[in-house]
Design a protein around this ligand. Structure first.
Ligand code: ADP
Ligand code: G6P
Length: 740
């Protein structure tokens, strides 16, 4: 039976050694708490770091540790102290974490840390390769393991690999500052499916892929050599039932059954029944805005002094990454702020802030959620924020108010909460005032729809959705494109080639025989290509046609002195065996003065684009523009042209980063058909990379061998991955007669 391999830096339990005994403590943080429910229910193996360095692990306990982890369905990746320093405290938490949360000034770019990060990612990848069966599905999590998908793919190309990022993906402007930005994007693109919490993170990622790697993105799919990677958003949910049931259980507790914490909370509530409890729970992290929240609390009490002694803020900060200097500084800052505010405002009977710096047990967390009237969660930037969702889930009587930062991913789903900008103290003070005075009916009216949503899209549904999408992606890969032209196919093809009495080959030029350049005038044929074409052209019973959208002047110049046959401008002109070009189609160009100014206006407004004038067509190239912007302008141009050319016999072709307007009755398919109608051929071959070549693939008879360059939707029978593979195939054709 196949299993899911979950891979993350943190395992759901952290090991500690106390007096020679192993203790397993539940991990905190959204990833571990969320995935724990998924892991419990399914057939899965969770691979990650145990929380202990190799130096901290006594050799004689090694076996017990493995056994303890196996009891939780986990397997450890062993890391030395040096590796943990470079990989976890270093690159993950001093470079990626701050950068991805827009704290650029905290982000350190240390080559040594990057190298350790790479090496540790390889360790994780190797652990997967070791454990994964052919049918298993691999699900990699979070920013600590961005390189793993590609590292696994290289060793196990057939595996289904998914990746989910639990933190924001920053805008291109931020991401581009990272020296290893391309390596990271390539690492992620090893996955079949890449998931984010929100659409914003998804579009930031796609924009970086387009701009930094120059890859083609179609909606949310990225076309890679031989594969398609899909990108989508899946807002992570919580284990709704678990939180709701725990809250119900707590509500039903008899006196004496409650925890100490609950008893103390009850005492305070009884002594000041009017007082409101505000709750703030986060890992102690600068992204969570805890210090700002404290200052906003002070501001609130100054603005509305009548709330003094009527409100109390419970701050629970969970220790986190305390070896990173920013976290240590933050701890100090918060300690001081709490001390100062309490010092200034406390009275004999009132301490405004209760501050806990520790990790609490689940049951105590429920005590806090169910006892506090207002949850106040105002991260400066947060991938999701599960605490907000957990608070809502525990409010079984639908009371309670959630004040949430609009910078948290969860704000997209929890829009009935009071959403605030964490930097706007005035707005926060008003929101607190509104929350204190919110009538119970309004509280219920806001909470009910949120609860419904959280119940429906819980963590299990989230994981299921991701998995379904991952498996569908793998399946869809097959019929989506033609079959790959493998060595076996080539053998069969060579058999046909050899037997044929009369062959005709149609070879597209740009993107097929030669690569794209930013300047299209620079795609001159290299000597190896010339030699290959010469060899093909020398063969008996073989007609070779270069078939291109280029103008006759350019190809005429490049192949001057050669006796190749060429069809250019999509079929307007033909030159056979190096002779003069002649018109193949009778076409008009009197429409050009009307269309040219339109294209010129697009050039003016789209830096980097330009017009190519051909004798019978006009092309607007946007390869050198900003990719997102160029794509947007291209759709705009298509719309404008559609209405403009309605009464002319013209068509618009969308090629590879080019929009071309030309006469409707000219295309490569029609031209190729005219050639094969002249005499019988028993081997017809056509190869090309873009839209304009699809006319050939569509029109040529079924027995023709049609090949698309690149793995994309096509009418061709086969595909090849790139120019190298095309030349290799043509080499087979050319070498056959030379008897090699
Ligand atoms: P992050 O992932 O950045 O830490 P989230 O709000 O998404 O933030 O997730 C925090 C998770 O950690 C929640 O599931 C929450 O229940 C858990 N958690 C938070 N505080 C504590 C605590 N003091 N003790 C135990 N678990 C906690
Ligand atoms: C966030 C991250 C997780 C991480 C968690 C706790 O939720 O997205 O990947 O595990 O914080 O942080 P820690 O550094 O303790 O693992």
């Amino acid at each position: 039976m196949s299993k899911t391999i979950i891979l993350s830096n943190r395992l759901p339990v952290q090991l500690r050694i106390s007096e020679g005994r192993i203790e397993a403590i539940p991990s905190v943080g959204g990833l571990a708490t969320g995935m724990k429910s998924v892991h419990q229910d399914g057939e899965s193996l969770w691979i990650g770091w145990s929380g202990l360095t190799r130096e901290e692990t006594p050799g004689d306990l090694e076996g017990d540790i493995d056994k303890a982890l196996a009891g939780h369905g986990c397997l450890k990746v062993s890391l030395s102290r040096e590796e943990v320093d470079g990989f976890y405290f270093g690159f993950s938490n001093r470079t990626l974490w701050p950068l991805f949360h827009y704290f650029m000034e905290y982000s350190e770019f240390e080559l040594a840390n990057w190298e350790v990060y790479e090496a540790v990612n390889r360790k994780f990848a190797d652990a997967v390769v070791e454990e994964a069966g052919e049918e298993d599905v691999v699900w990699v999590h979070d920013y600590q393991l961005l390189l793993v998908p590609e590292m696994v793919r290289q060793q196990r190309p057939g595996l289904s690999i998914g990746f989910f990022l639990h933190i924001p993906f920053p805008s291109f402007e931020i991401f581009r500052t990272l020296p290893w930005r391309k390596e990271i994007l390539r690492g992620l693109l090893g996955a079949d499916l890449i998931g984010f919490h929100t659409y914003d993170y998804e579009r930031h990622f796609l924009s970086s892929v387009r701009r930094l790697l120059g890859l083609e993105v179609n909606f949310n799919e990225i076309h890679l050599e031989g594969r398609v990677a899909k990108v989508d958003s899946f807002p992570m949910g919580i284990d709704y039932k678990k939180f709701r049931e725990a809250a119900l259980r707590h509500a039903a507790m008899e006196e004496g059954e409650e925890s100490d914490l609950q008893r103390r909370l009850n005492l305070h509530k009884a002594s000041t029944p009017e007082a409101k409890f505000f709750l703030s729970i986060d890992r102690l992290d600068y992204t969570k805005g805890i210090a700002k929240r404290l200052k906003a609390f002070e501001y609130f009490l100054q603005k509305y002094p009548h709330y003094r002694e009527k409100v109390r803020l419970i701050i629970l900060a969970v220790p986190s990454r305390s070896k990173v200097p920013q976290y240590r500084r933050l701890k100090k800052e918060i300690d001081e702020l709490v001390g100062r505010i309490n010092g200034e405002l406390s009275t004999v009977s009132w301490t405004p802030i209760w501050y806990f710096y520790r990790s609490l047990e689940f049951e105590n967390l429920i005590d806090l959620y169910t006892s506090c009237d207002i949850a106040w969660l105002t991260p400066i930037r947060d991938g999701m924020n599960l605490v907000a969702k957990e608070y809502i889930a525990t409010r079984t009587d639908q009371s309670g108010v959630l004040i949430l930062s609009e910078m948290a991913g969860a704000a997209n789903e929890l829009h009935e909460a009071l959403l605030i900008n964490p930097n706007n103290f005035e707005q926060i003070a008003q929101a607190l005032d509104q929350a204190i005075n919110m009538p119970p009916e309004e509280q219920a009216a806001r909470n009910a729809p949120m609860q419904k949503r959280l119940e429906r899209y819980d963590v299990e549904k989230w994981a299921q959705d991701f998995m379904d999408s991952l498996l569908a992606q793998k399946k869809q890969d097959a019929p989506y494109v033609a079959s790959k032209l493998t060595l076996d196919h080539i053998d069969t093809l060579m058999g046909q080639y050899r037997k044929a009495k009369s062959r005709i080959l149609f070879l597209d030029y740009d993107g097929t025989l030669a690569g794209f350049k930013n300047d299209p005038t620079k795609v001159v044929p290299d000597p190896a290509l010339m030699e290959l074409l010469d060899a093909l052209n020398r063969q008996e019973h073989t007609e070779v046609f270069l078939i291109s959208g280029r103008d006759k002047e350019t190809l005429g110049r490049w192949f001057e002195g050669k006796n190749f046959s060429m069809i250019v401008e999509h079929g307007v002109w033909i030159s056979e065996n190096g002779k003069e070009f002649q018109l193949l189609e009778n076409v008009k160009n009197d429409w050009m003065p009307k269309i040219r100014p339109v294209l010129e206006s697009f050039v003016d407004r789209t830096p980097g684009s330009f017009i190519e004038d051909k004798n019978y067509s006009l092309a607007w190239h946007y390869r050198n523009t900003d990719p997102d912007f160029g794509q947007k302008r291209a759709s705009e141009l298509n719309t404008v042209l559609t209405s403009l050319i309605a009464n002319d016999d013209l068509s618009v072709l969308n090629g590879n980063k080019v929009v071309e307007i030309k006469s409707s009755n000219v295309n490569k398919g029609r031209a190729a058909m005219r050639m094969i109608a002249r005499r019988p051929y028993d081997f017809i071959f056509a190869i090309g990379d873009d839209w304009t070549d699809e006319f050939m693939f569509q029109e040529l008879p079924r027995e023709a061998v049609t090949v698309k360059v690149g793995r994309m939707k096509t009418q061709a029978r086969y595909y090849l991955e790139g120019i190298g593979a095309v030349r290799e195939l043509l080499r087979h054709f050319a070498d056959f007669e030379a008897g090699k």
